[in-house]
Design a protein. Structure first.
Length: 280
């Protein structure tokens, strides 16, 4: 019989039952039914080809084969638990704060972190807050957004461009609903002015709380959104969005990665930083 068929999950049931010599007590410790414990032991006995216990009216006792096997199985099982605990202890949890609007850019890089740094666990918090204060907030890393930022590493500079669904391609932009990533019209007004177009061109308007929501609405064909070209790069590549204009304008704002100084997590944070700054 192949090693793959060995009922590993039954080993714990055997060890616990051997300690109690009572199926009811073993089932209680394992949080299983008595029948489930019996089936696990039967599967193990079937694999070995000999009984592990002798059943008597007053309970159980180990068979000669079970008694001989128990010390080695117990030692091996405890070794597996020790290795697992050591591996878990080596895992680094990176508590990451990210503006919601940056998630479209971040998700592919989190997949890379998962592939290349499996020992890192990213505890992600999304927020509409674009800043971080490590003195008052318990994060290890954050992506921050704003103008005149200098801390940390530059991820990319904001560059705005209109985007629409391919279903809307060919429509006059002025005839579409203008989708705004904030409660004001600042981003669209800035882009129109740079194109020598009047803000009065915005006849129909829909406002959202985040750029991500405005982008999603554009994908659904609701109208034309003004979006950061880096954040929508994958949507454009995949054909979910198109750019009716080739030009974009830089706003002076940027997205940056900042890390807390942490001696205990220094190696993990360095590996996380490398994945974000130098994607494979």
């Amino acid at each position: 019989m192949s090693h793959r068929a060995f009922p590993l999950t039954a080993v714990e049931a055997f060890i616990v039952t051997a300690r109690h010599l009572n199926l009811t007590h073993a089932a209680k410790e394992l949080c299983l039914t008595q029948g489930a414990v019996s089936r696990k032991i039967a599967a193990l006995e079937g694999w070995f080809g000999f009984p592990l216990f002798e059943r008597h009216a007053r309970g159980l006792r180990l068979s000669s084969q079970g008694s001989a096997l128990l010390p080695d199985l117990r030692a091996s099982y405890e070794q597996v638990l020790t290795v697992a605990d050591q591996a878990r202890a080596q895992q680094t949890v990176v508590r990451l704060k990210v503006p919601t609007c940056a998630m479209r850019w971040l998700v592919p890089r989190l997949l890379q972190v998962e592939r290349e740094q499996p020992e890192l666990q990213i505890a992600l918090t999304t927020t509409n807050d674009h800043s971080v204060n490590f003195k008052t907030e318990s994060y290890d890393a954050a992506i921050v957004f704003g103008t005149h930022l200098s801390a940390g590493d530059l991820l990319f500079e904001e560059a705005l461009t209109p985007v629409i669904s391919p279903l809307r391609q060919g429509s006059a932009v002025e005839s579409l609903t203008f989708l705004h990533p904030t409660r004001d019209k600042t981003d669209w007004s800035l882009w129109l002015e740079r194109q020598a177009m009047q803000p009065s061109a915005m006849h129909k308007n829909q406002h959202f709380d985040t750029m991500d929501l405005a982008i999603t609405a554009a994908i659904q064909g609701l109208g034309v959104a003004i979006a950061d070209e880096t954040l929508v790069a994958e949507d454009i590549r995949a054909g979910r969005l198109v750019r009716p204009y080739a030009s974009s304008i830089k706003t002076g704002a940027s997205y940056r990665l900042v890390l807390r100084e942490s001696r205990g997590k220094a190696a993990g944070l360095a590996a996380f930083r490398e994945c974000l700054l130098n994607p494979g």
